[in-house]
Design a protein around this ligand. Structure first.
Ligand SMILES: Cc1cc2nc3c(=O)[nH]c(=O)nc-3n(C[C@H](O)[C@H](O)[C@H](O)COP(=O)(O)OP(=O)(O)OC[C@H]3O[C@@H](n4cnc5c(N)ncnc54)[C@H](O)[C@@H]3O)c2cc1C
Length: 401
């Protein structure tokens, strides 16, 4: 392996794989370093929803919070365009289907919230309309009679979490990128105008054979480990870890074409291309902690029965047919949000040539995050104004407690 690269990317989830591919496509010499296997963590464990409407977690705290969350819309709109062409460009099917998403209301208060939400979204350029009960029934006959309205966004949908990241890693390798799995980044330091990155083989949790590689640019796409990587280079990159629950049912004939969410409950629901119904939407699992009480991401979070039951109740209330499907599997995964719910994307403060991307629905946003990282590494002005997502906002004294 060469020891000098244009960019070293830390983390082989969707973001790291997409950035490696986009940079390799531009002719950059890239090293992608993944401590475990490509796609092993959040990117391979998530619900695969392509969210462009504001999600329940963004509207449940009121209109002001929703307006702030909407500042991520330029990244979402760009992601919607990128996902549409991604399978063709990567050269493998990624299971992308943008056939529309519905956010449901079962009360008049939720219906009125949807109207306000849609106004905010439209002001950012998102195509969304609020449907009344008859229209809802026509568009989505599988929904319960209890649904009184739904906001409909035609570009929402899903992609296959099992293939998207790995396919982009393969595409990057075909273009000359180097990928090292079961390899941990154990140290990073600045030397003149370069980064010296120490990487070590990882077997059974032990690290062996440390070597140092040199790169002009460093990209941190380390998911819940972002804050830890920031510490390695003396940068404050605050993230909040969330352990979440998913359930998948047995296969059945296709009857749900849409991504389904709820304006008053934690719910995301969709049917996979194989016919399984995937149920999630933010129901918590319990994060494990170490001896000093800090989250321990090396241990799988604990599944909470109350979350599995609550999620199933929310699903069957609006899609009754789901109640008759056997659950095949439940699982948990850990992801990050940021203190202000906006993504953390851009140059790492105090670390020239280092860039970070994390936070929020980063499966959806992965392609636009990767595009922005690519532009930054290549010294181009990103097409999206990154000011609202600038990691430096936390240095300016926002309360992150
Ligand atoms: C249950 C669940 C459901 C979700 N549903 C959705 C959804 O429907 N839609 C959506 O948009 N988002 C969803 N998300 C969020 C989404 O999964 C994540 O935001 C996204 O996958 C993050 O991708 P990533 O590449 O940043 O992180 P990850 O996939 O976590 O990848 C980071 C990688 O960095 C590696 N790494 C860390 N430290 C080091 C080191 N020192 N050296 C080498 N490698 C290192 C890790 O091993 C890991 O593989 C969900 C998340 C969960 C958990």
């Amino acid at each position: 392996m060469s020891d000098t690269f244009d960019a070293v990317i830390v983390g082989g989830g969707l973001l790291g794989c997409a950035a490696a591919w986009m940079l390799a496509r531009e002719g950059a010499d890239v090293l992608l370093v993944e401590r475990d296997q490509i796609n092993q963590h959040a990117s391979g464990q998530n619900a695969g929803s392509l969210h462009f409407q504001l999600e329940y977690r963004m509207i449940e705290k009121g209109i002001e919070a929703a307006k702030q969350a909407a500042e991520a819309m330029p990244l979402h709109l760009e992601a919607a365009k990128l996902w549409a062409d991604l399978s063709g460009e990567v050269g493998e099917p990624l299971g992308v289907a943008q056939v529309g998403g519905l956010m449901l209301a079962e009360t008049e208060a939720q219906a009125s919230l949807l109207e306000t939400k849609a106004e905010i979204e439209r002001s950012w350029g998102l195509d969304v309309e609020v449907l009344g009960p008859e229209q809802v029934r026509k568009v989505a006959p599988y929904l319960s009679e209890s649904v009184v309205a739904a906001s409909y966004c035609p570009i929402e949908g899903k992609a296959d979490t099992r293939t998207a990241g790995p396919a982009m890693a393969r595409a990057a390798i075909r273009l000359g990128a180097t990928a090292r799995t079961r390899t941990a980044v154990t140290g990073i330091r600045r030397n003149g105008s370069s980064w010296l990155v120490t990487v070590a083989d990882r077997q059974s949790g032990e690290q062996h054979n440390p070597t140092t590689v040199k790169a002009e640019s460093l990209i941190l796409t380390a998911g819940v480990w972002t804050t830890e990587l920031g510490d390695m280079i003396g940068a404050y990159l605050p993230t909040i870890p969330l352990a979440l629950t998913m359930t998948v049912t047995a296969k059945t004939e296709k009857f749900i074409p849409h991504l389904v969410q709820h304006a008053g409950a934690r719910l995301s629901l969709k049917q996979s291309h194989d016919g399984n119904v995937l149920i999630g939407g933010g129901w918590p699992a319990r994060l494990m902690t170490d001896s000093v009480g800090a989250p321990d991401f090396s241990v799988r979070p604990e599944l909470l029965r109350s979350s599995v039951a609550g999620n199933a109740r929310a699903a069957t209330a609006v899609v009754p047919r789901v109640g008759s499907l056997p659950a095949l599997r439940t699982w948990v995964g850990t992801t990050t949000v940021t203190p202000d719910q906006l993504p953390l994307v851009g140059p790492v403060p105090g670390a020239p040539g280092a860039y970070v991307a994390t936070g929020g629905s980063a499966f959806t946003l992965g392609p636009s995050f990767a595009q922005v990282l690519t532009e930054l590494v290549l010294g181009r002005k990103p097409g999206i104004d990154l000011a609202p997502y600038d990691p430096r906002r936390y240095e300016r004294g926002i309360d992150v407690s």
